[in-house]
Design a binder for this molecule. Structure first.
Ligand code: ADP
Ligand code: ADP
Ligand code: ZN
Length: 222
């Protein structure tokens, strides 16, 4: 199945969690600039050096860097069969750049999935988030603990806490979201692509709501 999706929503809404489930289910890549930036920082690459200070302070990485990275990913052979953009675009300049790029590549988006979660829940979600060093899978100390403490269920990698998940930085990221990213809800609504999903529900229920919104066949799960 070929699905071309973008995931919108505030930090901690559950985009990565849901995008990961769908990407495994329909075998399409999940393309997440945040993951790619963190990997670059951990590996001390040139890209990592460029982006580290923005990530640490909870600001957006400059558009030019982000758009170039996404152009590479979207033009790659793996993205031919479909993709989930998790965390891109994050402002209007990026959304317009994405529209141009998709036009160039002859690709049409199927939907923009907006995962809404009330503000006060988001700090709690980010504060308890633990991430796999190896595969990037997200866990939560309370809501989604791994089977073995600090070990990824999927790949056995070690879990760690993101530096930018400290409450002060999360609050800064939420402000950045309100100012820059929220306007994209309207942008995709006007394009007729927006699907609003209530993210303040258990992971499985959020997932079944997304499936329903996309018209995916529920029987595939079993
Ligand atoms: P979350 O999933 O909690 O929203 P991400 O992993 O998507 O966090 O993003 C972490 C950080 O990576 C952001 O705070 C920002 O610094 C950077 N980043 C991620 N996506 C983008 C983007 N589209 N444009 C600019 N910066 C980004
Ligand atoms: P995002 O990519 O939008 O920043 P994540 O998918 O990383 O969000 O989820 C943020 C945190 O909340 C993680 O610790 C994750 O395990 C947890 N989480 C995700 N979805 C839910 C949910 N529906 N209910 C409770 N916790 C959730
Ligand atoms: Zn893992």
């Amino acid at each position: 199945m070929s699905l071309k999706l973008i995931f919108l929503g505030p930090p901690g809404a559950g985009k990565g969690t849901q995008a990961d489930i769908i990407s495994r289910k329909v075998s399409i890549p999940r393309i997440a600039p945040g993951d790619l930036f963190r990997k670059a920082v951990a590996e001390h690459t040139e890209l990592g050096k460029l982006v580290q200070s923005y990530i640490d302070s909870g600001k957006l990485v400059p558009d030019e860097i982000t758009i170039n990275l996404m152009r590479d990913k979207l033009s790659s052979p793996e993205a031919k069969r479909g993709f989930i953009l998790d965390g891109f675009p994050r402002n209007l300049v990026q959304a317009e750049a994405l529209d141009r790029l998709l036009k160039e590549l002859g690709i049409k988006l199927d939907a923009a999935i907006y995962i809404g979660v009330p503000f006060d829940r988001l700090v709690e979600r980010s504060a308890g988030r633990r991430v796999c060093k190896q595969c990037g899978a997200a866990y939560h100390v309370k809501f989604k603990p791994p089977r073995v403490a600090n070990v990824c269920d999927l790949c056995g990698g070690e879990l760690y806490q993101r530096d930018d998940d400290r409450p002060e930085t999360v609050r800064r990221r939420l402000e950045v979201y309100e100012e820059n990213t929220r306007p994209l809800v309207d942008y995709y609504s006007r394009q007729g692509l927006l699907k609003r999903i209530d993210g303040d529900q258990p992971v499985d229920k959020v997932f079944s709501d997304i499936q329903e919104a996309l018209g995916l066949n529920n029987n595939d799960q079993h």
